[in-house]
Ligand binder design. Sequence first.
Ligand code: ZN
Ligand code: ZN
Length: 405
Amino acid sequence: MQALCWHGINRLQVDRVPDPGLAGPHDAIVKVSMSSVCGSDLHLISGYVPAMKPGDVLGHEFLGEIVEVGSEVRGLDRGDRVITVSILACGQCEPCRRKDYSCCDNSNPKPAFTEWLYGLPCAGIIGYSHAFGGYSGSHAEYIRVPYADVNVFKVPDGVRDEQALFVSDAAPTGYMGADLAGIEAGDVVAVWGCGAVGQMAMRSAFLLGAERVIAIDRFADRLRLAADKAGAEPLNYEQVDVHEALIEMTGGRGPDRCIDCVGMEAHGTGPQYWYDRTKQQLRLHTERGVALRQAIRACRKGGTVSVMGVYGGFMDKFPIGAIVNKALTVRSGQQHGQRYVQRLFGHIQAGELDPSYLLTHPMPLADGPHGYDIFKTKQDDCLRAVFLPGAGRPAESTVPHGVPS
Ligand SMILES: [Zn+2]
Ligand SMILES: [Zn+2]
């Protein structure tokens, strides 16, 4: 089959690779119909997450059709239209029974690296390096999914393909960011990053009771979408001092809840950004913390900072003093998507959430390297490039209305 493979830092290539087969009785094989890029893939491509090997298949947000199930799979059949949660869970271990699915003890068959780095082994993630299980990703014609009954969800009627696709990763991640923030009715919520996860966090914040949402980014098109689609108040950090603006917009209090949807490759302005960038390039620390530091500094006293951007290692100048002296709550995690999928389908069916506008650039899988290029460099207002394996060219029904194809 055809697959988009990693061949070194910033080197991607479409290769012929063997078709996957069932490796256990709880597996399913999914024929991929749509597979999206994600901001967290950029950390792999750039070499910030180690443990990639040449030939690894990328991709963890996808929609497809079941073509084969193992003998113990109960809830899925051939022909089902499905999505898969990108962070894998076994459904049986103690964290899974607690519904902390992304803390699963069993889904990472290569636990040594995360155990060494984080103190305990972490869950497996689809298409996310050998540190997180070495699972082959979804930028391919077919993919094997383990623990299929726990991780694969049938898409209900009334949810279109280009909506369902993002219930795999961006929508539950954004929703969890808002959920962990502990939003109460009337809260002002600030969201750093207007990529797909940020957009979903903003919409989710309103669904969970926020009165106002403030969107922080530097790209005009993303800020415009945050305003038009998510109802947020845009703030361009290249045009204003974010801290001062947030304090002023909240009558001197600071936002009640701050959600970081940026992560380790944060962009910023001023000397602190260049300090972070230089140290990261010299491998003296792994994270650029501009967004997270701003969030912690701006958050109101007694407020909550929810961290959904991906961080992998260590950060200098982490403002622990602001956390202690302002009595902040900091919450984080890889997404526990299995908790949220049905709720998100319900919001989509009720017309309260429509992630389809995230799909800006559908294209054949053969154009994968180009898709990552325009996504990484934010060309042509690209929010998410979506690959259509098996399609010579995008089918008309997969192109959202009004989006250039
Ligand atoms: Zn992702
Ligand atoms: Zn588990």
